[in-house]
Design a protein around this ligand. Structure first.
Ligand code: AMP
Ligand code: ZN
Length: 484
């Protein structure tokens, strides 16, 4: 069977995936900063992560998925400068930061539901893990990775020789970017805050006492603290959008490896770092909250676009390639979605009695071609999530019937593939007509007559069935009954 291969940002290679523990995967995905609605660019990242999780499950791994909610510490500037996004929004809206966080967390969870994204096993809020974050900073302090400035406790990146391994960037180019936001007290431009002090002249809504004074955690420390706490000191996969590589994940990795191991040991807390590319708008610009060019899922729903059409759009482009959003494209995917739903409903209409399901179960093992159909699908998903190819098998089995499967076979194959594609086919129902007992009896008699090649009797029985308001359609070894 085709083994699962995934592209690891750390090694810049497509690697065969092997889990740390047998049949178990610890998966951490960076969640939203809840000061605004998620935009469809953010949601592209969560869809790619959902597909990855479903692929792991398809490969029989038990997955423990942890997602955080950033409700404190994410500043408007990337390098520990600027305002806390939540506090800023709270001031603007004249609400408490806690209310803002709660409101947008609920909205975010609604988005996940609409997109049929499986919920994580553990949700964790940064503000619920203050103790763990402080403890982690203390460990780093004891190991002499930190220093104090007038505005906080910082991580000294020069003490971690491997600092740039994830970003693969030269220190100079990171420094280049860092110059934009100058902090004269930093020893190195790449150093970052582990704990920030509350400003002297104003009281923050969210602040805690710590061994270093009243303040709040830096943005990166929350993910290290919550992932290690929930998944252990070595875990399998950490995901996020591509923008997280150079700063957020690079800093997380520094905190992880230096707190759990010795920074010079070369040992890694996270085995695979996997990143999804951006969603851009037609002008080529990335979609971003700060650019004010963003679309929410609700704005698509308002235009009568089914959220699952957006899910399909994301499947159409490989997760490591930029995806350009356009109005025309989303309309096309909405049509594709309708074709799938209608195709699946027509399969359901043809699916016959319980008896046929039983017959199918008996024969499924003998049908080599069925297995090969699914194995091509598996080969695609296991090839670093080649969803466009996988989707073409799914689409074909639902909307056409080139191979000549029975409706029951098509239903089974479609449902199996849908465990990964995630359009929730299992919830699509059609109104099943009640067939009266006398009609069923006539149909059974007719089946018998046909087996005996008694065509006169079989025609006579068909007329009787028609008179009772039903139509009978012959299949290879059985029949379908429909209301006239
Ligand atoms: P945030 O709520 O800003 O912390 O972002 C949540 C997630 O969305 C992160 O994993 C980001 O990397 C990702 N992200 C942000 N902008 C985009 C975009 N335009 N396309 C895809 N992912 C994005
Ligand atoms: Zn994170």
């Amino acid at each position: 069977m085709e083994k699962l291969k995934l592209y690891n940002t750390l090694t810049r290679k497509k690697e065969e995936f092997t889990s740390i523990k047998k049949d178990f995967v610890g998966l951490y995905t960076c969640g939203p900063t809840v000061y605004n609605y998620a935009h469809i660019g953010n949601l592209r990242t969560y869809i790619f992560e959902d597909i990855l999780k479903r692929i792991l499950k398809y490969n029989d791994y038990k997955v423990k998925h942890v997602m955080n909610i950033t409700d404190v510490g994410h500043l408007t500037g990337d390098r520990d400068m600027g305002e806390d996004r939540l506090e800023k929004e709270a001031k603007l809206k004249n609400k408490s930061a806690w209310d803002i966080a709660e409101f947008y967390t609920k909205e975010f969870k609604k988005n996940l539901k609409d997109l049929n994204i499986l919920e994580p096993d553990i949700w964790c809020k940064a503000t619920d893990y203050i103790k763990e974050q402080i403890e982690l900073v203390q460990i780093l302090e004891e190991k002499a990775y930190t220093y104090k400035t007038s505005d906080g406790i910082y991580f000294d990146t020069s003490k971690f020789p491997d600092y740039n391994k994830l970003s693969h960037q030269k220190l100079e180019s990171l420094q280049e970017g860092a110059r934009v936001e100058k902090n004269d007290e930093k020893k190195n431009p790449t150093d970052f805050a582990l704990w920030k002090f509350s400003p002297k002249h104003e009281k923050r809504q969210m602040e805690w006492s710590s061994p270093w004074g009243i303040g709040f955690p830096g943005w990166h420390i929350e993910c290290s603290a919550m992932s290690i706490k929930n998944l252990g000191e070595e875990f399998d996969i950490h995901c996020g959008g591509i923008d997280a590589v150079n700063i957020h994940h690079t800093n997380e990795r520094a905190q992880n490896n230096c707190s759990v191991f010795d920074g010079e040991s070369g040992k890694e807390v996270v085995k695979y770092w996997i990143h999804g590319e951006f969603l851009n708008i037609a002008s080529g610009d990335k979609m971003a909250k700060s650019k004010g060019n963003f679309l929410t899922l609700q704005s698509l729903i308002d235009k009568n676009i089914n959220p699952l059409a957006f899910r399909l759009m994301c499947l159409g482009t490989h997760y490591r390639k930029p995806l350009t959003y356009s109005e025309t494209a989303i309309q096309n995917f909405n049509t594709t979605l309708n074709n799938i739903v209608n195709g699946y409903k027509s399969i359901l209409e043809k699916v016959n009695s319980e008896k046929e399901i039983e017959d199918f179960k008996k024969t499924i093992k003998e049908k080599e071609y069925l297995i090969s159909e699914l194995s091509e699908f598996r080969e695609a998903i296991n090839n670093d999530m080649n969803m466009a190819v996988a989707f073409s098998y799914y689409y074909d089995i639902i909307t056409s019937n080139k191979v000549g499967y029975s409706p029951e076979e098509r239903k089974k194959i479609a449902l199996k593939m849908d465990e990964v594609i995630g359009l929730n086919l299992k919830d699509i129902k059609i109104e099943k007509i009640e067939i009266p007992e006398n009609v069923k009896l006539l149909a059974e008699k007719r089946l018998q007559a046909r087996k005996e090649k008694n065509w006169i009797e079989s025609d006579k029985l068909r007329d009787e069935i028609n008179k009772l308001g039903f139509e009978i359609e012959d299949t290879k070894n059985n029949y379908n009954l429909k209301k006239k």
